[in-house]
Structures are given as C-alpha cells and as structure tokens.
Design a protein around this ligand. Sequence first.
Ligand SMILES: Nc1nc2c(c(=O)[nH]1)N[C@H]1C(S)=C(S)[C@@H](COP(=O)(O)OP(=O)(O)OC[C@H]3O[C@@H](n4cnc5c(=O)[nH]c(N)nc54)[C@H](O)[C@@H]3O)O[C@H]1N2
Ligand SMILES: Nc1nc2c(c(=O)[nH]1)N[C@H]1C(S)=C(S)[C@@H](COP(=O)(O)OP(=O)(O)OC[C@H]3O[C@@H](n4cnc5c(=O)[nH]c(N)nc54)[C@H](O)[C@@H]3O)O[C@H]1N2
Ligand SMILES: [Mo]
Length: 775
Amino acid sequence: MKPTYKPYRLPSGGWGSARSVGNIVRREGVIGSAGIALSRHNKVDGYQCNSCAWVKPASPLPFEFCENGVKAVAWELTAHRCTPAFFAEHTVTELRGWDDYHLEQPGRLTHPLRYDAATDKYVPVSWGHAIEEIARELHAVEDKLKGTVFYSSGRLSNEASYLYQLFARLYGNNNLPDSSNMCHETTSVAQPVSIGQGVGTVDLGDFGQTECLLFFGQNPGSNSPRMLHPLQEASQRGVPIITYNPLRERGLERFLNPQSPTEMLTGKETRISSQYHQVENGGDLAALAGIGKAVLSAHDESLAKGGPAVLDLAFIAEHTQGFDRYADWLRAQDWDELERRSGLHRADMEATARVYAAAGPTIGIYGMGLTQHRAGVETVQMLVNLLLMRGNIGRRGAGICPVRGHSNVQGQRTMGVTEKPELFPLDRLGEQFGFVAPREPGFNTVEACEAILKGEVKAFVMLGGNFVRAIPDHGQMEPAWRRLRLTVNVLTKLNRSALLPGEVSYILPVIGRLEKDETAAGQQVLSMEDTSGCVHGNRGLRAPASTHLISEIRLLCELAKQVLPANEKVRWDAYMTDYAEIRKEIAATLPEGFHDYETRMWEPGGFQRDLPAKRREWRTESGRAQFVTPEALDEDLDMPAVGHDVLRLMTLRSNDQFNTTVYGYDDRFRGINGIRTVVLMNRSDIDRLGLKVGQAVTLRTVADDGVDRHLSGLIVVAYDIPGGCIGGYYPECNVLMPVWHYAVGSKTPAAKSIPVTIHSDGDAVLEPQMEYATG
Ligand SMILES: Nc1nc2c(c(=O)[nH]1)N[C@H]1C(S)=C(S)[C@@H](COP(=O)(O)OP(=O)(O)OC[C@H]3O[C@@H](n4cnc5c(=O)[nH]c(N)nc54)[C@H](O)[C@@H]3O)O[C@H]1N2
Ligand SMILES: Nc1nc2c(c(=O)[nH]1)N[C@H]1C(S)=C(S)[C@@H](COP(=O)(O)OP(=O)(O)OC[C@H]3O[C@@H](n4cnc5c(=O)[nH]c(N)nc54)[C@H](O)[C@@H]3O)O[C@H]1N2
Ligand SMILES: [Mo]
C-alpha cells in the first residue's frame, strides 16, 4: 500500500473502528470464532482481555470490548500456524531480515524448537528433551545470583507469576525484571513515597462521580479504548477534561461509541477534552509546577480578600507532610522559566488552575508520557502534589489513576515478580516453603542489559514478551545477546528476540489465556488484576492452537522439578494439576488481599485488593501523604541543551500495534497509513533545518559515550507537534535510545525524550504523499 498522510477527520471509535475490526478478523481467519469469543470477553466466567489493563466493570456492556481488544483476541485465536515446516524453509539469519509485522504473520507457534547452529535453523524437539537440557544448563550456571535472569512480560497470569518468582527465589536470586520496568516502574517508585502504595486509588465508581479529569500523557483512543466509555459519560455530564499532550490525540478530542446504534447512525459524537494543551515532551514537570503555582496564588488571593480557601487546609493539616516547603518552592518559580520549559503560556496553566480550583472531586490520569522521562518520578509526584493540594486522594470521585499497560502487569507485581526484595513478604514466603529467600536486590531491565553487556549473565529465560525489541540500544544489545550461553523464549508467536540465539537456544510455545487449559484435574482457570486493583477469574474457551502446547504453569513446574532440590513444601506436581493449589499458596503469602480467592475472583467486577490510600491510610515513612518537592527544574542532564540542532524524540505506539506486535502499518487516528518509518515534525523545524516533507532522513542520538546510534530512511511528515519535538514509532526507534538514558530512581528507559539530530539522506522527495493533505 502506498504510504499516505491525511489528517483523520472522524472521531475515535465510530465506523473507522468497526472497519478496522472487520479487516483483522478476516485476515486472521477467525470470522465466526472471534464472534463466539467476544461474547465472553471481560465477563464473569469468561476470559480477561489480553490487550490492555483497563478496568473490567461489574456490569459489563453486552460486548465489553474495543477495537484493539478484538485485534488482540484475533491475534491469539488466529487460524494461521507457524509450524516446523516454516522453520525448515527459513534460516534464522534470513528471518532476522524480516520486520516485526512479518515475523508474527505465520501465526501461532506449534512445536517446541531448538536452535541448530550447523544449519542455522530451529528444529523441533520433544518437551522432555527441551526441559532436561534447559534444566541442566540452569543448574550449571555458576553464579546463580548474577548469572541467570528471569524476565517476564505483563500478560502472565497471577498463578504463573507467583510460581515464577518462587522458582527464581528458590533458585537463588531476585533477577525478575519485567515489562513494567520499562513502563510504570516510575509509578511504583513515585507513588509509595507520596501516598504509600504503588498502584492507583480510583475505580470505575470514581469515574462515575468525578467532577474534573486531568489527563497527562496517555492515549486512550489507541491504548485503552474501553476507557473512552467512562470519559464519554463524564463529558456528557459536563465534567471538564483537561489534557496535556504534545499531540492532539483523537481519542482525547472526540469519540463516537461504536457500540451505540444511535450514535453510529446519527454520527452524534462526544467532545472529550474541554481544554487541550500541547505541552512539549518532557515539559510536564514545569507545566504541573505552573498549575500548582496558579492554584496557590488563587488561594492566597482569596484569603487576602477574606474569601474561602482554595486549598483543602484541613486535609493538608491532618493528612500530609511537606506542604510548606512545597508551597515555598512553587512561589519561588519564575513564570518565564515555566513557560520556556513547558512550551506553554502562563495563561494555559492558569486556565487549568482556574477550572481545577473550582472543581469538586478530581482524578489525575497519566501514562507513558509522564513515566518515560528522566524526571519521570518527580513528575508523577508533582501530579500527586496537585491532587493533594485539594484533598483529592481518598475520597469518592477523586484520586490518582496510572493507566497500566499489559493486561496483568499489575497482578504480576502483586504476585512478587519484582527485582526489589522489599516489595514482597519474603520472610513469609521463606517460612511457607522452608527456605531463606535471597535478599540481594535483583536486576531490573536496565541492570539486566548492563550485566549482559558486561558478560555477567549466562542464561536468560524470557517468559513471554519480546525483550530484545522492547529494550533500548539495539545496536549494542543484539550482539551481546549472541554471547549468552542459554536463551529460552517462551512465546505464542515468533519474534525477533528468538532470532538472536545464544549457544543453546529454545523456542517454547505455550497455551494462551483464551484457550482451554486441561489437566488431569479438568479444565483449569487463571486470574488477573486490572489497573484498578480488581482481581478477576479467567476461563479459556478454545482448544489450544496445537496439541503440542503446554501451559506456562506446567512448563515452570516441570523445569523446577529438575532444576531445584526436592522440597516437600513446594508441591510442583499438585500446582500443575490443580491451579487452585497455587491460589491457596498465594492466599497464604498474601492473606490480607487474597483470602477466599477461589470464590471472590468470580464475583462481578472481581475483588479489589486492599488499597490503603483509598481510605486515607498512608503507608509512607511518616504515616502521612507526602508533598514531594522536586530537586530543581533542572534541564534533563542526559539532554544537551535543545537548541538549533538538537531535537527531542518521543517514541510512540500506533493504533495498529500492541507493543512490539505490529498488526499493520496504519496509524488511523494520526492519519498515517501504510508506513511506520516516519518522523513527525513541526513545519517550522522542517523549514528551519532545510528539509522537505516526504524526503528520507537519518536520526542520530546526541551522546558523548563514543557510541554511534543512528536510524536512516525515516520519512519526514509535517505534523501538529510542538517545535523542537519530534515523534517516531517504537520499537523501530529503540536503536536510538542509550541504555543509560532512564528515569532517575526507577530506571524506566526515557523513551519519550531522546536527544537527536536530523540529517538529510539526499534531497529526493520519496513519498510526496506525505505532504499534509487537507480534506
Ligand atoms: N493498542 C494498544 N494498546 C496498548 C498498547 C499498545 O501498544 N497498543 N500497549 C500497552 C502498554 S504495555 C502500555 S504501557 C500502554 C501505553 O499507553 P500510553 O501510556 O498511552 O503510551 P504511549 O502510546 O507510549 O504514549 C502516550 C501518550 O503520551 C504522549 N506523550 C509523549 N511524550 C509526552 C510528554 O512528555 N508529556 C505528555 N504529557 N505526553 C506525552 C504521546 O503523545 C501519547 O499520546 O498501553 C497498553 N495498551
Ligand atoms: N522506545 C520505546 N520502548 C518501549 C516502550 C515505549 O513506549 N517506547 N514501551 C515499553 C513498555 S510500556 C513495555 S510494557 C515494553 C513491552 O515489552 P514486552 O512485554 O516484552 O513486549 P511485547 O511486545 O508485549 O511482547 C510480545 C510477545 O509476547 C509473546 N506473547 C504474547 N502472548 C503471550 C502469552 O500469553 N504467553 C507467552 N508466554 N508469550 C506471549 C508473543 O510471542 C509476542 O511476540 O516495551 C517497552 N519499550
Ligand atoms: Mo507497558
């Protein structure tokens, strides 16, 4: 298809969404079967969507799904199969020349495979042989503390996650990095300091009662479309929705509910954002300071005139600490500086403050636009500060709402998949299973990369995900990957990580959560936690993609039995036969949250984990909610002054991908079709730098570590994006991210602010259609 760029005029949802769903269902050959599946989607006794982690309501819509949920379901239920015949036809070297889209097209993996270096091909092996050799290799790693890494991606069920962390800790380390290290780790570090819990405080009921929504750096139209329903409902109630985002994302502008026949037929769309501020990427810290400063002066002025308080002084006095210092800091901020750093006008921030200062209960929502920055932790804390100023945590209709990504990324952390030993009750775990759990902090994602670069790591187990594509610095990491002794890729579809085999390398295909998982004890069920801390049961409904697949749980248990010394307290055989036995262990480790797990997980809306901040119980050091004053409004130290030449790159998801899974080359809402190798630029930057729309360019990272990081062949698109900022797609642009460029405190790669320069690949305009086409 010819690449085109034509601004999308339609609302999010609507007929475009219906058409896109139809296309993918047809392509994956799942007409009919996907229909059957979708009636069970996000339902009690059904399955939990394998796309995003957005809240699953207690009274679901007849079809509680969205465009991207359907894509994710069709992706897993696809009729296509990636069999040993496929691997007999293609060498691994050849497959490394394929892009992410084409690698997943052959469909679901059907057989366990072992890499054969002599032929450079993956060949089928028996499960017995695979598990026996992997066990031998894991056993042989000398330095168990540093030598083996157990990665996982946030789709893993609670049950598999719990067993995985138990396995790693019995094995001897806390090397449990997961996708959340690249994602909301910033939240998990920022929020405990502020409010004493790493997860958000709002549920759907709060959305129903909120009177103001502040939206920072999250794109619901593509990444959590079911969220558009509560947003639409709020907007129709007249709730102001104030958005800070460098791009005018369609889902935050207008929505037409594809599930409402009336709306579809009449075209009656809902306006979403009432204020839209195109902050520069990385400018949120300054913007939040500006809003806070304006709220504070409104308060001071009102009091001076004998008017009412704007701040919730009783809440601040009773529940918080650090306000005075924070207020002094706000007063000391200089408007010119805040304008320069945010790229906004003082009037913008004041307009937000005016609405917020007059509003009832308010929710602060955010995503990767805040977490993936060098100052991400402080920025999240600034948003919490703003909420605390008016007592907006721990009351109905108010709170902080980090929108989690992967469908069970939050549950996975709850289950103890974390490199931070202090986040899980290891004493209790040790007592329960008769061992001393390691206390040495494990590797997070960035540290795992560093250890791999240094050659410390020998074995890498990847339980789901596509680690090598998701991480920064592909140019360094891919060659380092080849030096590993053991790489184990537990997958449902082929991806690039598996094409960088170490000396001993396996692809192990597993049953997906939409599939029936039968054991000697009958069909097994799983559970997952959504972004509001609610835990739901999951029952698969289709026969597995191949009779050779086993479950992640069985794989872990079989492996554990061979790798770990016998321990009668750890009942691997029982766990893999009856998953209720795993849930009993979870309830024993986490009795407060998971008592009566077996019945409560089937309640409508699931059961909510204990969230102390919701009732204003603050599990912080001081026992109070904390106003955190940023160190300074310092420039990003990793970024040379953004000036004439240096631009700040943010890496984005299209509407047609799920992380490294690329469903297609269209980004409908942004109007970009048939191409992903683009760079979105402000027209004034294009002109200033002497470039042309439609020409090819190279981006080069500005860094002084002696490494050349560049990406060529990107096509220039003139886009509505603030000057000095540019956008490109993830994971293609990850080659530009230095591994050391991450959020201070959380080590979340700073994927939304990479300093780059831009160079012409030649003057020819290759794609004239990328000229802004109006109409
Ligand atoms: N269809 C689909 N759904 C998904 C995913 C997917 O890939 N595809 N991924 C899942 C996962 S794992 C995650 S973590 C979530 C991610 O969902 P989001 O948190 O929405 O992540 P992104 O799409 O990376 O970027 C979010 C938004 O941040 C804006 N932004 C960029 N830089 C800045 C900044 O400095 N400040 C502000 N205020 N905004 C900024 C971008 O314009 C974009 O609109 O989605 C989940 N759901
Ligand atoms: N530049 C840049 N980099 C980023 C980001 C960014 O915004 N910009 N975002 C970051 C974020 S938020 C995240 S979460 C990470 C994502 O990092 P990952 O979670 O590691 O990546 P995914 O692309 O979600 O993984 C896709 C693969 O998972 C496998 N899979 C799917 N379902 C299952 C299953 O049920 N079981 C098993 N075993 N395997 C399965 C499939 O084989 C598929 O190829 O990327 C991060 N990287
Ligand atoms: Mo994520």
